[in-house]
Design a binder for this molecule. Structure first.
Ligand SMILES: Cc1cc2nc3c(=O)[nH]c(=O)nc-3n(C[C@H](O)[C@H](O)[C@H](O)COP(=O)(O)O)c2cc1C
Length: 328
């Protein structure tokens, strides 16, 4: 898959996820086969007000590439300025958020509210494209609700004003996460544009990824929640697409090692207090579905120190070993 002059091969992407796809998470995903990663959403207004948080959200590991910074907002000029500042951080592309359903975002006309305002949405993309030298992509939902599926016509306009790829989350704003993704929305977008279309929504297995591409013609896939506690999903998809074979799922030892690496890296990046707080939920994801994991869940939520997190992971590993040797 080609985005501007960048080749993304194989086209298996990590989705932007607020509170999740920080640089530690992206490094892990990349090592496990994600070929393009997108940051957490950065609010354009906050960025232009120099909020420290916006700059943390844009932080990248030295040499991290390819990576896209996602910006959110609906004022074309402010978005253009935010895109310039994001470009200065050294990212490879700017992604524009037109999917966020959160009430506090849509009440300002940002995120998925733009799906209902074609003139503004197109102006945002046009201004951002002309503000930066790197490719601009748009990630959007299919429309506001099932009566207003605007993504196909908007995608056509976005291509016309210079967007280099469209990622489509196959739900409407109204669906939130309650209804299942309808991949036909991806097909409808793909029919209307010649730039790459990246399909997103409810890919849980390598078979899902193949089926989505076959059903929709999507040029690539973007994975969000299926990577929670399972960054190996990227390699499993890549291998299955390439050879039709399944890689073995990770062993308990591999899971424990990854969880330890992840929590230590988060503490390095964010300090112990914030790093551990942000890792609590993620640790439950690494342990999820493994023998004895339910006993550890509540303890994950009570963690405060790196030492406690390391002890918990090692204890869980011993438990898993004793419970079922086939896990090791
Ligand atoms: C915790 C979380 C945070 C998210 N944050 C963002 C975000 O910042 N920007 C965005 O475009 N989408 C965001 N999304 C949506 C995902 O990128 C993706 O479109 C959605 O989860 C569907 O894909 P999946 O079924 O593979 O998870 C978020 C999703 C989750 C679960």
């Amino acid at each position: 898959m080609q985005i501007g002059t960048m080749t993304i091969d194989p086209p298996v992407l990590l989705a932007p996820m607020a509170g999740v796809s920080n640089r530690a998470y992206r490094a892990i995903a990349r090592k496990q086969g994600a070929t393009l990663c997108i940051t957490e959403m950065v609010n354009a207004n906050a960025l232009l007000h120099k909020s420290a948080k916006s700059f943390w959200l844009m932080e990248m590991d030295p040499g991290e590439s390819p990576v896209g910074i996602q910006i959110a907002g609906s004022d074309p000029e402010l978005m253009a300025e935010a895109a310039r500042q994001a470009e200065q951080q050294g990212c490879d592309l700017i992604d524009i958020n037109m999917g966020c359903p959160a009430p506090k975002v849509v009440k300002n006309g940002d995120g998925s509210a733009l799906l209902n305002d074609a003139a503004t949405a197109v102006a945002v993309v046009r201004e951002v494209v002309s503000a930066v030298h790197i490719p601009v992509t748009v990630k959007m939902r299919a429309g506001w609700d099932h009566n207003t599926i605007t993504a196909p016509s908007l995608a056509e306009e976005f291509e016309r004003v210079g967007a280099k790829a469209i990622a489509i989350h196959a739900r409407t704003r109204d669906d939130l996460y309650v209804r299942p993704a309808n991949w036909d929305f991806i097909r409808q977008v793909k029919e209307r544009v010649s730039i790459p279309v990246i399909g997103n929504g409810d890919i849980r297995t390598p078979e899902d990824a193949v089926r989505m591409m076959e059903l929709t013609g999507a040029d690539g896939v973007m994975i969000g929640r299926a990577s929670f506690g399972d960054p190996w999903i990227f390699k499993r998809i890549t291998e299955f697409v390439r050879s039709g074979h399944h890689l073995e799922p990770p062993s308990a030892i591999e899971r424990a090692e990854m969880a330890l690496y992840h929590v230590r890296r988060m503490v390095e990046i964010k300090g112990e207090s914030v790093g551990i707080r942000e890792m609590r939920k993620q640790l439950t994801w690494y342990l999820h579905g493994t023998p004895g994991s339910s006993a550890y869940r509540n303890r994950c939520y009570a963690l405060n120190t790196l030492e406690d997190a390391e002890n918990l992971i090692n204890e869980w590993l011993d438990h898993a070993r004793n419970e079922d040797l086939s896990w090791i």
